[in-house]
Design a protein. Structure first.
Length: 369
C-alpha cells in the first residue's frame, strides 16, 4: 500500500487571494470616489457658495439678493447626512447633495452631526455650513430678514417659514387683527380677524432669537406708524381719504407700477378713475383675488365675482393687496395731476399712458399684441 500523503489543494489559497484582491478593489473604489469628491472641491461645489438659487430666493423680483441675508437651518435629532445635504440643496445652500454626502462620510462628519438651529448665510460655502453643524455652533442671537415691498402676509409667512424662523401657520395666526394690536391708531377701524395685508411695513428687520410672531408683527406695525406721519394723514384727509384707503390704493399702485418713478402717474390714473366712478380694472387685484401672479389675467379671470376684483366692482377693494412702500404711499397721497385714464407696460416695463379707451387699444396693439 502506497503511504504517500496528499499535498494541500491549491483552491483555498486561490480563494484567499481572490478575496484579498476584491478587498483591494473595494478600497481602490472608495479611494477613487473620495478623489472624485476632492476633485469637485476645486470646481466650487464645496468650497464656494452655491449662489442665489432655491425656494428661499424665489421672490419674483429682480433684486432677489436683498430678500434674504440669513437663514435658520434646523438639524433635527438623528437626522442623517444624506437628509441634511438634500435639505441644503433644496434651500439653495448647495448645488450637489451627493458630493456633500461623500465628502462628509470620507471625513467622518456623518458621525459628528449635532442637532440644533444654525444661523447660516447664502455667502457661506457648503463645507463651512457642515463644519458649523459638526462644531455644534447652533446658538444665534438674531436673524436679519428683508420683506420686499408689495408682499402679502401670506408671502411674508411663507418666507419666515422657509428661513426657519416661524411656521407659516403660526405667523398667519399672529397677522390677524386682534385686541393685542388695538393700541395702533391706524388699525382702530379694522374688525377682529381681518388679515393685516398692507399694514406690515416692508423693510429689513433684525429678529432676535426669543422673538414671537406677535412681537414681529408689532415691530412691523410700529414701523408703519413711525413712517406714516400725522402730516401725511392730514394731507390724505384733504383728499378725502382715510389711512386704510391710502394703504389700499397704495398697494395697488405698488403692484401696478414698473418702478418708483412711475408711481405718481399710476396713482393719478387711478385717482381719475375713482373721481369719475370708473372701475379701476387693476390686474393686480384680480391676481390677489385668485391667488395668481399672471402678467395679464384672462377674460375668465376678470369675470370672477370677488370683492377684490376691480374689473367687476366700483371703487376700492375692501383692503390692501400687499404691503406698499413709502414711494407708493407718497404717490397715492400726492398723485400727478393729469387727464390720463389708462396705462400699460411694454415688455421693457416703461409706462405708456392713454386718455381714451380707443387710444389705449391702439397702444396695446402697438406694444403688446
Amino acid at each position: 500500500m502506497n503511504d504517500r500523503r496528499r499535498s494541500p489543494s491549491p483552491r483555498p489559497i486561490v480563494r484567499l487571494v481572490a478575496v484579498l484582491a476584491l478587498s483591494g478593489v473595494i478600497v481602490l473604489v472608495v479611494a477613487i470616489v473620495a478623489a472624485v469628491a476632492a476633485a469637485h472641491l476645486t470646481s466650487g461645489l464645496l468650497f464656494q457658495p452655491a449662489g442665489l438659487s432655491g425656494p428661499v430666493f424665489d421672490a419674483e423680483r429682480d433684486d432677489v439678493d436683498a430678500v434674504v441675508s440669513e437663514i435658520v437651518f434646523e438639524i433635527r435629532p438623528n437626522q442623517t447626512l444624506r437628509t441634511i445635504s438634500r435639505n441644503m440643496v433644496d434651500l439653495g445652500l448647495a448645488r450637489n447633495a451627493l458630493v456633500i454626502e461623500v465628502y462628509g462620510r470620507f471625513r467622518e462628519y456623518d458621525r459628528r452631526l449635532q442637532a440644533g438651529r444654525y444661523l447660516v448665510t447664502p455667502t457661506m460655502a457648503p463645507v463651512e455650513i457642515i463644519e458649523k453643524i459638526i462644531a455644534g455652533d447652533a446658538v444665534f442671537d438674531e436673524l436679519t430678514i428683508t420683506i420686499p415691498e408689495g408682499w402679502t402676509v401670506v408671502q411674508i409667512a411663507d418666507h419666515l417659514d422657509r428661513v426657519g424662523l416661524f411656521t407659516a401657520d403660526r405667523f398667519l395666526e399672529a397677522a390677524l387683527m386682534q385686541d393685542a394690536y388695538r393700541d395702533f391708531a391706524l388699525l382702530s377701524d379694522l374688525p377682529d380677524g381681518k388679515i393685516l395685508d398692507g399694514y406690515l411695513f416692508p423693510d429689513t428687520y433684525r429678529i432676535f432669537a426669543d422673538s414671537t410672531p406677535e412681537s414681529v408683527v408689532r415691530r412691523m406695525l410700529s414701523n408703519l406708524h413711525a413712517r406714516f406721519t400725522a402730516g401725511m394723514l392730514a394731507q390724505a384727509a384733504e383728499r378725502g381719504m382715510s389711512a386704510h384707503e391710502v394703504l389700499t390704493l397704495a398697494s395697488i399702485v405698488q403692484a401696478e407700477a414698473g418702478g418708483a418713478y412711475q408711481m405718481a402717474d399710476v396713482a393719478g390714473v387711478f385717482s381719475n378713475r375713482l373721481r369719475d366712478r370708473i372701475r379701476l380694472e387693476s390686474d393686480a387685484t384680480v391676481n390677489y383675488a385668485l391667488g395668481t401672479s399672471k402678467r395679464q389675467p384672462t377674460f375668465a379671470d376678470v369675470a370672477v365675482q370677488h370683492p377684490y376684483n376691480t374689473y367687476q366692482n366700483f371703487g376700492l377693494p375692501p383692503g390692501p393687496i400687499g404691503s406698499p412702500g413709502m414711494d407708493a404711499i407718497r404717490a397715492t397721497i400726492a398723485p400727478n395731476v393729469h387727464d390720463f385714464f389708462f396705462f400699460l407696460h411694454p415688455p421693457d416695463r416703461r409706462i405708456v399712458l392713454s386718455r381714451t379707451f380707443a387710444e389705449h387699444l391702439q397702444n396695446k396693439a402697438r406694444y403688446l399684441d
